[in-house]
Design a protein around this ligand. Sequence first.
Ligand code: AMP
Length: 456
Amino acid sequence: MRFEDFDLQPEILRALNDLGYEEPTPIQQGTMDALLRDKDMVGQAQTGSGKTAAFMLPILDRIDPESKDLQALVLCPTRELALQVAEASRSFSKYLEGVSVVPVYGGAPIVEQITALNRGGQIVVGTPGRVLDLLRRGKMILADCRMVVLDEADEMLSMGFIDDVRDIMKRTPWGKQTALFSATMPDPIKKLAEEELHSPEYVKIASKEITVDTVTQRIAYAEGRDKLELLERFIDEMKPPTTIIFARTKIGTQKLADDLKRRGHKVRALHGDMGQGARDSVMIAFRGKRIPILVATDVASRGLDVSHVTHVVNYDLPDEPEVYVHRIGRTGRVGREGFAISFVSNKEKPKLEAIEKLLKREIQRWGIDTPLPKLSPEEIALAEEIEAAEESGDAEEAIVDNPEAVAESSEQGSSEPRAEGDEPRKRRRRRGGRGRGKGNGGEASGENVPEPVSAD
Ligand code: AMP
């Protein structure tokens, strides 16, 4: 199957060609046709599967450039993801004249975002809190919005945004198209899909298709503080050029980063207790190949799309096996080989079993028979590049060293709520429209959140 088969506008095909996209990924193959036919859609897929293009290409294809009204809204859990999605859509739409994308998110001045909205953006990509704030202030009008995407819906749930999402959905016009993408499908997300989507088509991309082929995986058993010793041994033996170490809680993440720092490792933390400014600078430095080791929580690292991550360490195993797949998917990106190692305590053994069941394979133990792989010449070159950047002091400059000192800005600005009309206006469609009704509302169910994050 080729992108040409979807009958996309030639300007979009040209941009895809520039990006070097040769053929659609499985999630793109599975969802784009239905989306282009105005169907509602549930796509179960992870970051790294190509899901951004899966929903953004059909959106871009159907935007009316003559109208400056907001026509498509994409909700994302984090500012980082919102920026990444906006950036991707700009690269897909660079030859489309008169189409603009506006990212809106918390932790940044709302005034500039209002100015951007006033200039007219047909596509808005935003985090729920900020979108709701703008709607309440009457600065964002959804009356002409006919495409809505809920991206990484499970993350929006775990970050506590589900009520905001429902509130926003209530303000969108009747008859719109809705697509929901989620790596996992916990019950509250299933319920959300049932209530907000109209006879959706379902596409699930099996997790193993994404990662297993390109990532060598190992486990090692260790309890409590022994994990720290094991981690040091791993770093010393492997000398990984770029590593993300995942820990389960924000406190655990900071503590692990502090411990490693005390032991002389060049490491930075990334978690939701840090201010947005501090998170941004860590991300910029990591993306810019100036930090070799990042200790992160799952949520904070969402949207951190870095193709040069060579190694992933699961210091703690995640509760959901799908999250494991998502974590290790950070390495072995688009054609590269990756390596992931997981430290497993006795208590975590059931989690390991669930992961192996999902992967349909046993993960080998790091041991004499299965030593660590040697670094490739490219990895050695990368390690040298990062080391040079560190020595030049670039990393220090780029990073706010005391994250706690940077205040977290709230998304929920005080604003005068202003109700927005729900009624659909005249709609402009390049393809056939459809009329349909659906119920709104419903109570959001609570869920256990292992890592409560106030991010965004
Ligand atoms: P996503 O899951 O949307 O974050 O995409 C993951 C990565 O895959 C991004 O770097 C995309 O640019 C890349 N990508 C998405 N679709 C394709 C494709 N059809 N061919 C090659 N690369 C792709």
